[in-house]
Design a protein around this ligand. Structure first.
Ligand code: 5AD
Ligand code: SF4
Length: 482
């Protein structure tokens, strides 16, 4: 997946797990950084650790074990985690028996460094080795350092039931695949998360059913590149098991949408080179598939896209946007953009702005290029755009996007939208917040509705990114189906 960044808002959130047996009484503090996939992985880790007997705490002082699920996508993500590790090191001086471990994307790259040189951690575990966590913790308890950063071609944690962390009981993530085979030249993910593999669709649909039965009303299907989801078929089109159906992403999404019309389906992230019209047609066919597509462009210049090894041109990308507008005229579109990639000229930067003007994105996540070790770009191109130029270009695209977002938000005023209530508005306790199908945050007076209910909201005003309105119809959450 294009490691999606909304989650940087949730950086360092503390996560809660129920108690169980073997390490009974031991306390775990689990912090997650980075993308939705990492937060979803933390729910797998929580499940494994809960089975092993750990319960969670938010207080580092009372923790027996601290696990940081880390992100390596840009240098600043790593800097933040190092800061946190140094803080835990200071606690460990007073509490030497406390175990500190690094999980996730920094594990593979920094294992020796973190353990040997900097003596910051006791335990390093990569994204495909979480089942081994209880053994590795035993190893640390017996006085050794423990490392498992092996990447797998098969691991999907398919049958592990995630422990829903910090859950509102309404929205949940479902991982549908792991790893990435794309090798975009700037991206470290193929090195930290390994080869792409898809999860058994039966286990995905079963998880969606379970969530619905527990009262959840929205699932987000997660993968580094959901459009290349495939089951029982190789990338060359060969059937793996005769007699068993093959499943692609459009088909998988339809299977999940059919769990219940009252279960909303979202997904992330799409890839412009792989997103088919079939996916768009399935989205159009089901009201409960939200009309929102995150389609990272990265750059508006075909030359830069080629150097980025993205597998499409500006024209191809704009054709995919035209397909979305044709098949899903109400859909919102968001993107990721990297500014200041190796050799990016002023004209190429302007091409990005002109593409933004053409697409009129609803939302964009924008970053300065950050060179990552081992990537193709690091080996092949010079990171030659000066820092001040990167900063100036970033400011320009952010300012431009703010105008587009504000304009797009205004277009919803006067309309009525179905919204799933997610909870009380942070700013005003008498209001609820939720999102419409296009993922625009909508706030409205509570009335007698409850979180998990659907409401139709007539939008009367807006701020730059939030809609404000009144409830005109209310659909209470149905009693739990059996
Ligand atoms: N530098 C800056 N941004 C990056 N991204 C991925 N790798 C890098 C990098 N080396 C951005 C891309 C991706 C998003 C999640 O993070 O835009 O889509
Ligand atoms: Fe996304 Fe490309 Fe990185 Fe894969 S290699 S995770 S498609 S940015």
């Amino acid at each position: 997946m294009e490691e999606k960044v909304i989650d940087e808002n949730r950086q360092g959130e503390f996560l809660m797990v129920e108690n169980s047996n073997i390490h009974k009484g031991k306390k775990l503090l689990l912090e997650s950084y980075g993308c939705q996939m990492n937060f979803s992985d933390s729910e797998i880790v929580a499940s494994i650790m809960s089975e092993a007997g750990f319960s969670t705490t938010r207080d580092p002082e009372e923790a027996d074990l601290i696990l940081l699920n880390t992100c390596a996508i840009r240098d600043n993500a790593e800097v933040r985690v190092r800061g946190r590790l140094n803080y835990f090191k200071s606690i460990k001086k007073r509490k030497p028996e406390m175990v500190v471990g690094v999980l996730g994307c920094m594990a593979e790259r920094l294992r020796e460094k973190l353990i040997e040189e900097e003596k910051l951690v006791d335990l390093v575990v990569g994204p495909d080795a979480y089942r081994d966590l209880p053994n590795l913790i035993d190893q640390v308890d017996s006085g050794q350092k423990a490392v498992n950063v092996l990447l797998s071609r098969e691991e999907t944690y398919a049958e592990i039931t995630p422990v829903r962390l910090d859950s509102n009981g309404i929205n949940a993530y479902i991982s549908i695949m792991r790893g990435c085979d794309n090798m975009c030249s700037f991206c470290v993910v193929p090195f930290t998360r390994g080869r792409e593999r898809s999860r058994d669709p039966k286990s995905i649909v079963a998880e969606a059913h379970d969530l619905f039965n527990q009262g959840y009303r929205e699932v987000t299907l997660l993968g580094q590149n959901v459009d290349s989801y495939k089951w029982n078929i190789t990338s060359k089109g060969e059937i793996i098991t005769e007699g068993e159906p093959t499943v692609n992403f459009a088909q998988l999404m339809e299977m999940v949408a059919n769990v219940s019309p009252e279960l909303l389906v979202r997904f992330s992230t799409s890839h412009p080179k792989d997103m088919t019209d079939d996916v768009l047609h399935v989205m159009a066919k089901y009201d409960n598939i939200c009309k929102y597509i995150h389609l990272p462009v990265q750059s508006g210049s075909s030359e830069i896209l080629k150097k980025m090894n993205r597998g499409y041109t500006r024209e191809w990308y704009l054709e995919r946007i035209a397909a979305i507008r044709r098949i899903l005229p109400t859909a919102a579109i968001s993107t990721d953009i990297i500014t200041g990639f190796c050799g990016e000229t002023e004209e190429q930067h302007q091409e990005t702005i002109s593409l933004m003007a053409e697409v009129k994105y609803d939302l964009a996540y924008m970053f300065k290029y950050s060179e990552r070790p081992r990537t193709l770009a690091e080996r092949k191109y010079e990171d030659d755009v000066p820092e001040d130029v990167k900063s100036r270009r970033l400011t320009e695209i952010i300012d431009f996007q703010l105008k587009c977002s504000t304009e797009n938000t205004k277009n919803y005023v006067g309309g009525t939208y179905r919204v799933l209530i997610e909870g009380a508005s942070k700013k005003s306790p008498d209001f609820y917040h939720g999102r419409n199908s296009q993922s625009v945050v909508t706030v409205f007076p509570k009335g007698d509705a409850k979180p998990g209910d659907f409401v139709d909201v007539h939008v009367t005003s807006c701020t730059a990114v939030t809609l404000i309105g009144d409830v005109v119809a209310h659909y209470p959450r149905t009693s739990q189906p059996s």
